[in-house]
Design a protein around this ligand. Structure first.
Ligand code: AMP
Length: 157
C-alpha cells in the first residue's frame, strides 16, 4: 500500500483544528501508521524545505514552521500521494477548491494548515526525514469487541 507524509502545521494546531483534520483524513480512508508532535528547530525546517532555498518565501517559511509544534504523520492508502494532494488543495487557500483542507483550514499561502508530499520520491525522503523504521506501524485492522465499533464512511475519491 502506498505511503505519504502529512503535516498539520503550527497554524492549524494553534487553532485547534488537529482533531477535525485527522477525522477528515480517516474518513477519506487513510490509515495513520505513524504520528508524532515535533517542534522543528530552524535547522531542521531549513533542511526539510531545502529545495526552496532560493525562493523569497524560504526564510519566513522556516520561521513559521519552527515557531510552534507540528504534528507529522505517515498515511497509508491506495494512491495515497495523489489523493492526499487532491484533498489538500492548492498552496494558496484562495486558489483551493471548495471542500479541500486548505480551503477550510488555511489562512494564506504560507500559513496553509497542512503539508502533503508532492510525489512518491518526496514521500520517501520526507518519511525518512521524520521517522525511523521502528516508529512506523504496519498494523492490520481488526474487529475488536467494543461498543465503539462503528462503520466509517469511506469515499473512493
Ligand atoms: P510546497 O513544497 O510546494 O508545499 O511549498 C512549501 C511551502 O512553502 C508551502 O506549503 C507554503 O507553506 C510555502 N509557500 C509556497 N509558496 C509560497 C508563497 N508564494 N508564499 C509564501 N509561502 C509559500
Amino acid at each position: 500500500m502506498e505511503k505519504t507524509l502529512f503535516i498539520i502545521k503550527p497554524d492549524a494546531l494553534s487553532k485547534n483544528f488537529l482533531g477535525e483534520i485527522l477525522d477528515e483524513i480517516q474518513k477519506k480512508g487513510f490509515k495513520i501508521i505513524a504520528m508524532k508532535m515535533v517542534k522543528l528547530s530552524k535547522k531542521k525546517a531549513q533542511n526539510f524545505y531545502m529545495e526552496h532555498k532560493e525562493k523569497p518565501f524560504y526564510k519566513p517559511l522556516v520561521e513559521f514552521m519552527s515557531s510552534n509544534p507540528c504534528v507529522v504523520c505517515v498515511l497509508e492508502r491506495k494512491n495515497a500521494v495523489k489523493f492526499l494532494r487532491k484533498i489538500t488543495g492548492a498552496t494558496d487557500p484562495r486558489n483551493a477548491k471548495k471542500g479541500t483542507l486548505r480551503k477550510k483550514y488555511a489562512q494564506d499561502g504560507r500559513h496553509n494548515a497542512v503539508h502533503a508530499s508532492d510525489s512518491l520520491k518526496s514521500a520517501k525522503r520526507e518519511i525518512n526525514f521524520f521517522f525511523k523504521k521502528s516508529e512506523i506501524f504496519l498494523w492490520k485492522k481488526k474487529r475488536y469487541p467494543t461498543l465503539l465499533h462503528r462503520k466509517l464512511k469511506i469515499s473512493d475519491g
